[in-house]
Design a protein around this ligand. Structure first.
Ligand code: ZN
Ligand code: ZN
Length: 501
């Protein structure tokens, strides 16, 4: 049997104490193309976005909801329009064993509207404000950081046609990006008018483009027949001169729609939310009416290539899905793109600064004491960590370093007999013997002193502790370097420790 191809090994320049790099193996079954894992190291970004979404949704009076990942295909094809890219190319749809045609949700809005109708939410005080956070599925070409399972935070306001709703949605989307810590974003906004306005404009647009199809890109040739509005946001170079000369929808919408849009932008001005009027913004879905908007990174942000999210009003969708005529609006933000932007712009989400206490043990008797102490400290609310499956003290302390533990409590045979522990300050490298029954009180005092010191330092160089940190020169300095710390440089090794025990 020939040997398997080896993964390229880590350079040995760092010697035996170099940090351990993960060695990938090819499993029998790999993740599907376009799908990916979210590793422990990613979680700080997602936790931060979840907390940001939670604070904002609550602050703006939304209730959290979730809908099934799997729904009848008809729900999405009715909502998005049979000609939309989502339905024709991207939806994961299949027939299950009962013969039902079902689909993995490619967007949230239709499911939320279905829920609103199915649970009689039209009879409770209106509007109903709902927020969601979760995975969606589209069979897109996995390129440019697009994933086939992707995540969105979004909100829907069902049961109000008031322009103030649209403005507050824009504000919420803007604040989300701001509080996530992104570089400034730009809101692009437009109105598509109501269905009759749009029909009139559509006719005008088709008349304008009809003599030109042979100069247009392949997509636009199809759009001219199927979805002419989308020709206005074509990015193909060939189509740009025609877009520039195309009729603008704002000239075609009726007085009521114009008045509605003017009110939206007036409220935005009032809230001092910056926006840009974009007469070519149409969004990809058939169900939008009146206000549509998109959130774009400003050009100076690294990786500013695609919209971060968008939304708008969909006054006809509730009726389209079988309900009474009910005005509604919403938006969704692509979280994978936000995480990508945060990484590309070296934005580090805030970390929980809980001091960690590592519990180490040497020998079987000590292991039992250590297990008991671990249980006790954890129940008392200390942030404890351990690696009890290691027997060598050196490996345990290496792990403590990697966990960024502030203190290590070490229990050996002598400590078991004496009813004491060895408390080591991991940063200062000093250790002391403490009675087992005094450990909680001593730790609490030390941590409080440490916190007081940290506050004093923060007073000199103020950084908002709960907002993400932008690191310009040395990304994620302290913690990564700490984790690489050679444990032998902590003037503590097996021998000296064992002597102390
Ligand atoms: Zn109208
Ligand atoms: Zn085109």
């Amino acid at each position: 049997m020939s040997p398997k191809p080896q993964q390229k090994s880590t350079p040995s320049a760092g010697g035996k104490n170099a940090p351990v790099a993960p060695k990938p193996t090819t499993p029998v079954v790999r993740a599907l193309r376009g799908f990916r894992d979210q590793l422990p190291t990613e979680q700080q970004y997602w936790n931060h976005l979840r907390a940001t979404a939670d604070a904002l949704a609550t602050g703006y009076g939304f209730s959290w909801v979730d809908t099934p990942v799997l729904e009848e295909t008809g729900l999405f094809s009715r909502a998005a329009g049979r000609q939309s890219d989502i339905v024709t190319k991207e939806m994961y749809t299949f027939t299950d064993v009962d013969g039902d045609t079902v689909a993995l949700r490619p967007e949230f809005t239709p499911g939320v509207v279905r829920m609103y109708l199915e649970h009689g939410m039209g009879s409770i005080p209106q509007p109903v404000k709902m927020a969601y956070f979760g995975p969606l599925f589209r069979r897109e070409r996995p390129q440019h950081g697009r994933h086939r399972q992707f995540y969105q935070f979004g909100v829907e306001v069902i049961g109000s046609a008031a322009p103030v709703v649209d403005a507050q949605l824009v504000a919420l989307a803007y604040r989300f990006c701001e509080q996530a810590g992104l570089p400034p974003v730009s809101i692009q906004i437009n109105s598509l008018g109501c269905a009759p306005c749009r029909a009139a404009f559509r006719t005008e647009l088709v008349n304008y483009y009809k003599p030109k199809p042979r100069y247009l890109c392949g997509d636009c040739k199809k759009r001219l027949v199927k979805n002419p509005l989308r020709m206005l946001d074509c990015k193909h170079a060939d189509c740009q001169p025609y877009i520039a000369g195309a009729p603008q929808i704002l000239d075609w919408i009726d007085d009521a729609c114009k008045k509605h849009f003017m009110a939206v932008v007036e409220y935005l001005d009032g809230m001092e939310i910056p926006y840009v009027l974009n007469p070519y913004l149409v969004r990809g879905l058939d169900y939008y009416t009146r206000t549509v908007f998109e959130i774009w990174p400003t050009a100076d942000a690294v990786g500013a290539t695609a919209a971060l999210g968008g939304g708008g009003r969909y006054d006809d969708l509730v009726a389209l899905l079988g309900g009474p005529v009910t005005a509604a609006a919403g938006f969704a933000i692509g979280l994978d793109r936000i995480v990508g932007m945060m990484k590309e712009n070296a934005i580090v989400p805030p970390q929980s600064a809980a001091p960690r206490i590592f519990v180490a043990q040497i020998g079987e008797a000590a292991k039992i004491k250590a297990l008991q102490l671990y249980e006790r400290l954890r129940q008392e609310g200390f942030a404890v960590c351990e690696n009890f499956s290691k027997d060598s003290l050196k490996s345990q302390l290496e792990f403590a370093n990697r966990m960024h533990a502030h203190y290590a409590i070490i229990i050996g045979q002598k400590e078991v007999l004496d009813g004491t522990v060895l408390l080591r300050d991991m940063d200062a490298g000093v250790q002391e013997i403490i009675g087992m029954d005094k450990i909680s009180g001593d730790l609490r005092r030390k941590l409080e002193n440490g916190a007081a010191k940290a506050v004093a330092i923060a007073d000199i160089t103020p950084t908002p502790s709960n907002s993400p940190e932008k690191i310009s020169s040395k990304p994620a300095k302290s913690r990564i370097e700490d984790s690489d710390k050679d444990p032998e440089h902590t003037d503590l090794d097996n021998e000296t420790l064992l002597e102390g025990l």
